[in-house]
Design a protein around this ligand. Structure first.
Ligand SMILES: [Zn+2]
Length: 469
């Protein structure tokens, strides 16, 4: 994620309090070895988000959205495995009405509790059991203020909608285990009025039209964190091609010129991805792309998997903005393929994505990474840590700039050869999974063959400027 501006909005304290209150509830309906799954994952950065007791392998989403009424009707089919004996379990779902829930094809009980959908299967689910859940739902999906990015969630726009947002947004348009620690594959089928585009993640499938509606199909086969899902519906100029033998789908609003800075920036996607692959290792996904939106509420760009979404603010200068493209594409390796286990480690995403901007700038004939490092080193507030920056610091400069400083300092400390081997080993060994800061430190020590914990402690969390390497 990269912001275009730094205007903050007050946090939605009410929602947080409600979520905490629910999380604190205890249950008395244990049946044999079956217990209720935890209603959240106790990640203090996102109270109420995610759920315990199961692991989702795949989502099959079938949704219909009509911009004229702002109504969405959907069916979500999940395949999951119980990680403990479950008498019931939760899904995250914000707003929307649920009309039917089935587990393993049989009707199941369901209840709403704030942004939770509590599902009670007819029989308990044994630990290790693979099961399916089907949820039919509909309603007017809502935006979600997260206190930092401005608008996210499901935004109704002039010509359609945008579903987008970090650290959470997915639960505004489908029932989900809404935490990056539970990655899954996605098949997404979206039906919209004919003439509108419906863009999402992954490889495009067959498109079909009937009775004035068009169904767009997308498949993301690499495990994806829920906040990296997106849906962009509206009047778009969609460009479908291939790059390196994989589908490349880019889109800009039809209201923008075909040769404007937005289209010109997206047109460099393949080239920039190839450059990053030469540093980070093979591109991790089966498709490429990007979508530019014009809605001013999107004051950021987000690295939605295989197809980042760019807000309008990055292109106001009238010239292409390749730095933001490099940033969002770098996340495909750092943040998407190798995802967070908990939000306190967000520097693992943003430090590397910010560093990728420096690498690209140097490659593109601008300032060197070393020069950017020197300038940022002099300007950094060392009292703020990169690791565990606090909820209000989730998108702060300690995460981005100080994170990038740590990455470059690592390069200076271990040398180019070991540094790029660390990066490539990280993206290869952790591909498709989750990781923590400790995992990175352990890997760096293994590849470099020397202790690096004091180095990382100083650069990521020390209260004073570390000695220059
Ligand atoms: Zn970012």
């Amino acid at each position: 994620m990269r912001r275009t501006h730094r205007r903050f909005r007050p946090a939605l304290a009410v929602a947080v309090v409600a979520a905490l209150a629910f999380a604190a509830c205890t249950d008395g309906d244990e049946r044999g070895d079956f217990r209720p799954g935890a209603p959240d994952l106790a990640d203090p950065y996102v109270p109420g988000a995610g759920n315990g007791g199961y692991d989702v392998a795949g989502y099959r989403l079938t949704v219909r959205y009509d911009p004229a009424t702002d109504r969405l009707a959907g069916r979500a089919a999940l395949t999951a495995t119980a990680t403990t004996g479950l008498s019931r379990f939760n899904l995250d779902l914000a707003g929307l009405d649920v009309s039917r829930v089935a587990v393993d094809g049989r009707p199941a009980g369901s209840a709403r509790d704030g942004d939770e959908l509590v599902v009670t299967p007819r029989d308990g689910l044994s630990r290790g059991a693979r099961f399916t859940v089907e949820v039919d739902y509909s309603g007017v999906p809502a935006a979600r203020a997260d206190g930092q990015l401005g608008s996210g969630g499901f935004l109704h726009t002039d010509d359609g909608a945008i579903a987008l947002g970090q650290p959470w947004s997915a639960a505004t348009w489908f029932p989900v285990n809404d935490h990056p620690s539970d990655k899954a594959t996605y098949d997404i089928e979206v039906t919209v009025p004919q003439g509108l585009a419906a863009l999402s993640n992954g490889v495009p499938g067959e498109r079909s039209s009937a009775d004035g509606w068009t169904t767009w199909r997308w498949a993301e086969r690499a495990p994806m964190a829920s906040y990296l899902t997106t849906l962009v519906i509206g009047d778009y100029r969609v460009h479908s091609g291939t790059h390196a033998g994989r589908p490349m789908v880019t889109a800009v609003p039809a209201s923008l010129p075909a040769t404007g800075p937005e289209a010109a920036s997206l047109a460099r996607t393949g080239e920039i991805a190839d450059f990053l692959a030469s540093r980070f290792g093979p591109y991790p996904f089966d498709s490429y792309g990007g979508v530019v939106v014009t809605d001013g509420r999107i004051g950021y760009a987000l690295e939605t998997q295989s197809r980042p979404v760019y807000g309008p603010g990055f292109f106001r200068g009238g010239r292409p903005n390749l730095g933001v493209v490099a940033h969002e594409l770098a996340h495909q390796w750092f943040g998407n393929s190798v995802a967070l286990s908990r939000w306190s480690d967000i520097w693992l995403n943003e430090g590397f994505a910010s560093y990728a901007e420096w690498l690209w700038e140097e490659h593109d004939g601008g300032r060197t990474a070393q020069r950017n490092f020197e300038l940022e080193y002099a300007a950094t507030d060392w009292s703020r840590p990169s690791v565990d920056p606090g909820r209000s610091g989730l998108f702060g400069s300690a995460v981005y700039k100080r994170g990038a400083l740590a990455v470059h300092a690592l390069r200076r400390t271990v040398g180019d050869d070991a540094f790029f081997r660390i990066l490539r080993t990280w993206t290869a060994e952790r591909r498709g999974g989750n990781a923590t800061t400790d995992d990175l430190i352990a890997l760096a020590e293994r590849v470099a063959g020397k202790p690096l914990r004091p180095f990382f402690d100083a650069w990521l969390a020390g209260g004073t400027a570390p000695a220059l390497p």
